[in-house]
Design a protein around this ligand. Structure first.
Ligand code: ADP
Length: 259
């Protein structure tokens, strides 16, 4: 718990720092992109080289813009807008995107036992988190394997997973058959900017951002991994129980969490 508190404080400091930078940087990039776009139009008839260079510059600027968007989300400059979200429907809606992201060699399986688990969460941030987890899984699988996303309902006791409070949660497990993590890597995955990926490929912000989002949403995150055995990341998010559903809720829960 002490470690997690330190982790949260560290993330807050990094978040405040990057928030200001990201905002200014994004404004500058908007100017660069606008100027290049105009230049590209004017140069259109002067041979392919000038155009190519400008296109490269635009690609670079676009990548930088994407990074600052991640930094902004990470620094929580964007407020969360929670709503009732049906987990299975949201995941189904991401099927094409996931297939394209993962490539032909990786199969995607999903299961929610036919239940319409509802979460109280920011839909956009949850989609971002799941996409990030899928990209991490892809990178760990090197083109071959299975990504499985399983959804369920669970009743947790106080601190049963991390800092969670007692209550009803929806668990979303994202499992891969990739290389897994050593205990040394696992101990550091939530640290901002910690990455084992080559420069340009990893930012080290994925899992720390997900950690921030999940905790801010009143949820928790668990990771089960071992070298050569693959990785399973489980998000526990507060279950949304609508009117007339209260009695049913407790009857279905009670599985042990995957830890
Ligand atoms: P990034 O993906 O940019 O490196 P993350 O914060 O998402 O940043 O991940 C940090 C590190 O955690 C990764 O560099 C990798 O070493 C490890 N990691 C994350 N997800 C997985 C996974 N599914 N399988 C194996 N290692 C992983």
């Amino acid at each position: 718990a002490q470690d997690q508190l330190r982790q949260a404080q560290k993330m807050e400091a990094v978040g405040q720092l990057t928030g200001g930078i990201a905002h200014d940087f994004n404004n500058m990039l908007a100017v660069v992109l606008g100027g290049l776009e105009l230049a590209k139009r004017h140069l259109h008839n002067r041979g392919p080289d000038a155009q190519k260079h400008i296109e490269n510059a635009m690609e670079g600027a676009n990548r930088a813009a994407a990074l600052t968007r991640r930094l902004l989300a990470f620094s929580r400059a964007e407020p969360l807008l929670p709503e009732a979200v049906e987990a299975g429907t949201l995941i189904e809606g991401m099927a094409d995107l996931l297939d394209r992201t993962l490539g032909d060699g990786i199969a995607v399986t999903t299961a929610d036992a036919g239940r319409h688990w509802r979460i109280w969460v920011d839909r956009h941030q949850l989609e971002n988190a799941l996409l990030n987890l899928a990209v991490n899984a892809r990178d760990a699988m090197e083109g071959q394997g299975t990504l499985s996303i399983n959804t369920g309902g669970i009743r947790l006791a106080d601190h049963q997973v991390g800092e969670c409070l007692a209550g009803d949660y929806v668990s979303i497990e994202v499992g891969d058959t990739g290389q897994g993590m050593t205990p040394e890597v696992l101990a550091r995955v939530f640290e901002p900017f910690f990455t084992t990926k080559p420069v340009g490929k990893g930012t080290g912000l994925g899992l720390s951002q997900i950690f921030g989002f999940v905790r801010q949403s009143g949820g928790e995150i668990g990771i089960d991994t071992a070298p050569g055995r693959g990785t399973r990341v489980t998000l526990y998010l507060p279950r949304h129980i609508g009117e007339g559903e209260a009695a049913e809720a407790s009857a279905e829960s009670g599985d042990a969490p995957a830890h």
